[in-house]
Ligand binder design. Structure first.
Ligand code: PLP
Length: 455
């Protein structure tokens, strides 16, 4: 921290900003990083130091930090019509155009699109859609929501309950009725001698047992990320979605793909649910939809679900739910341009072009003595640190190994994310192979230095 300068940006931050999801011990010891601007895949702090952001902000700044076309679209919309809502049947023309674009891009027969300001709000909205639909259809008991261990679906009370992370115990969550099925992480949870397909079949059997135990007519829906992102980039085991899909169909349980991270190209496909053949009824999108330049979440409803929800909403006079800034025209203009950039300026193509290099360097890092698994797809990846490659035993928690690696990398000008005992990477889609090499060169050096320190 720049403590020599009184009233420095760092000191002002420490006095004024309450950072969530921030290790406060590290913050107190190391100080915050105050950023002023970005250029390509780099961001710059108040002292002029530059950092490669190997996480695209929070997975979302996929076009880099100063894409002029998106900035221009934002400014043009600001001059034309900078703000409006989507209540009472009124909406900006730009938001209608975006909805048509999302319907066109969606991988299924889509009905309509509903807007929020974030991924959490979008998932939360779907929970209310499910509850209202079932209640109006004479099944008010159908309220239980299934997600999975290690899932991340957001931070509102409902979506934190859906998130399968231990830290939610701090809030006395999950609420009753939020159920967590198995995490499809074969490397961690596969049994001795069990093949990946057998693992997937076992998880599907467990899911069916859970549904039967709870009562199929009490389940409102199941949510799943194509690849669990904040869970540590958990790529689903082979055959996993193929195995669980028929069970959800059998019990008529709506299936929701949380594409907040995977949507719009992260896996190398436009949709993660296509990559893993999820065949969802609803898609939840956010993050890359505006390339990180504006807050937005979107619920894309499959036609059948949408028709059913419209019918009950008409019976109730309305779907009584909405966010003041949902469908804001600035966000819609930014999203329209961002999606055009991803599709037409070759960002999605670039993910596929450079993913080979990304995965090769990730696997090479995975050969490190203390790396248990290197996993990923497209431009998302993680390396899990272990005490012992064979037993997969984690290192003692007090070593805070992934935090140490991330903190040291930060000093070298690389932003990467510690998640549990994994280091997680998700660089912007504009990244070059040379920049991928830079990331991994720094990371390899950092990992060696940290293990030399730890002894
Ligand atoms: N769903 C997934 C898969 C996410 O990764 C996130 C955020 O990281 C969310 C939902 C919540 O989105 P937000 O932070 O915009 O509320």
């Amino acid at each position: 921290m720049d403590t020599n300068v009184s009233n420095s940006w760092e000191q002002r931050d420490m006095q004024a900003v309450f950072h969530g999801f921030t290790d406060l011990g590290t913050l107190n010891a190391e100080g915050p990083v105050i950023l002023t601007h970005g250029d390509g895949i780099r961001v710059f702090d108040v002292h002029g130091k530059s950092y490669i952001d190997a996480n695209s902000g929070l997975w979302n700044n996929v076009a880099g930090f100063n894409h002029q076309g998106i900035i221009d679209a934002l400014c043009a919309q600001a001059r034309k019509f900078p703000g409006y809502h989507a209540f009472f049947g009124r909406v900006a023309d730009t938001t209608v155009a975006l909805s048509e674009k999302l319907i066109e891009l969606s991988p299924f027969d889509a009905g309509k699109v509903y807007y929020t300001n974030s991924g959490s709000e979008a998932n939360d909205t779907v929970v209310k859609m499910l509850w209202m639909l079932h209640r109006r259809n004479g099944q008010p008991q159908r309220r239980k929501i299934i997600t999975r261990v290690n899932a991340y679906h957001g931070v509102t009370v409902a979506t934190a309950s859906m998130t399968g992370k231990a830290y939610n115990a701090e809030f006395g969550l999950p609420l009753p009725g939020f159920l967590h099925a198995d995490c499809p992480h074969y490397w961690r949870f596969g049994l001795e001698g069990e093949t990946e397909l057998e693992f997937s079949a076992r998880l599907a059997r467990n899911l069916e047992e859970l549904i039967l135990k709870e009562g199929p007519d009490t389940i409102a829906g199941m949510f799943a990320e194509p690849v669990q992102g904040a869970g540590g980039v958990i790529v689903p085991a082979e055959g996993y979605f193929e195995a669980i899909r028929p069970i959800l169909r059998k019990y008529n349980i709506p299936f929701i793909a949380d594409e907040v991270i995977c949507g719009f190209g992260r896996t190398g496909e436009m949709w993660g649910s296509v990559k893993y053949d999820m065949q969802p009824d609803i898609i939840v999108a956010s993050k890359c939809i505006t390339a990180g330049y504006f807050p937005m979440g979107a619920v894309i409803l499959g036609k059948a679900f949408c028709d059913a929800l419209m019918k009950v909403s008409e019976e109730a006079e309305e779907f009584p739910h909405g966010f003041t800034a949902g469908g804001n025209p600035l966000g819609s203009a930014v999203a329209l341009k961002s999606l055009a950039v991803i599709e037409d300026e070759g960002l999605l193509g670039n993910v596929n072009k450079v993913s080979g290099r990304f995965m090769a360097r990730l696997k090479k890092l995975g050969e490190h003595k203390y790396a248990g698994e290197a996993r990923g797809v497209g431009l998302m990846g993680a390396v899990e640190i272990v005490a012992d490659k064979k037993t997969k035993q984690p290192l003692p928690g007090h070593l805070q190994i992934s935090e140490r690696i991330a903190n040291k990398a930060l000093k070298k000008g690389l932003i990467c994310r510690p998640l549990g005992q994994a280091i997680v990477l998700g660089p912007p889609f504009i990244i070059t192979e040379a920049e991928i090499d830079q990331i991994f060169d720094i990371l390899e050096e950092t990992v060696d230095e940290v293990f030399a320190d730890v002894g």
